[in-house]
Design a protein around this ligand. Structure first.
Ligand code: IMP
Ligand code: MG
Length: 183
């Protein structure tokens, strides 16, 4: 797996430093209020678990699942696969946590759905932000890192379902794309 990586963009130490910083910002923003961290599966599972362990305040945890089909490096049709029960949404302050804010379609759609289902507030915290790629007007309230317009994998981010378990963030070699897209 490591052999498929062209370049490491964020190593484990950089990632932890960035998460420490954003975790402090989120902690101060929510201190003294009740809120729920809503992890967007699958990509945010690694980030969300490191993030919440650096927030020493009471919080609840919930999950939503969104997948965008078009098995390549661009997002296709978006499917929202499951939501928390109504009791976990209605009247609650929610913090959506996602791996990457790219076109913005996933988070803006999720926010709309959650508000429609009665959430009191929906904010977001993303591991990576690619502002150059935005297609809809949406900005995250918190982000750990801004990255250039380059397809990346690792630390939860996948290509065709793989590489989520890499402990760092890197770009893929051309051969790795070709192997999975064509085969
Ligand atoms: P959106 O375009 O903001 O809706 O982003 C939707 C999803 O696209 C993210 O949650 C990721 O799963 C995926 N995505 C966008 N950019 C990348 C990338 O560079 N690597 C891996 N997945 C990505
Ligand atoms: Mg993905």
């Amino acid at each position: 797996m490591h052999d498929d990586i062209e370049k490491v963009l964020l190593d484990e130490q950089q990632i932890i430093a960035g998460i420490d910083k954003v975790a402090k910002q989120v902690t101060e923003a929510y201190r003294g209020t009740e809120f729920t961290v809503v992890s967007v599966l699958k990509g945010s599972c690694v980030f969300a678990s490191d993030l919440i362990r650096r927030m020493p305040i009471p919080l609840e945890l919930a999950f939503v699942s969104a997948s965008s089909y078009g098995d390549g490096t661009t997002s296709g049709q978006l499917d929202l696969n499951f939501f928390p029960a109504e009791g976990e949404i209605r009247g609650k302050r929610l913090l959506l946590v996602d791996d990457i804010l790219d076109t913005g379609k996933t988070l803006s759609r999720l926010k709309g759905e959650l508000m429609k289902r009665g959430a009191a507030e929906v904010r977001s915290c993303v591991f990576l932000d690619k502002p150059a790629r935005r297609a809809v007007e949406y900005d995250a309230d918190f982000r750990a890192f801004e990255v250039e317009d380059l397809f990346v994998v690792g630390y939860g981010l996948d290509f065709a379902g793989r590489y989520r378990n890499l402990p760092y963030v890197g770009s893929l070699k051309k051969e790795a794309y070709a192997g999975l897209v064509d085969g």
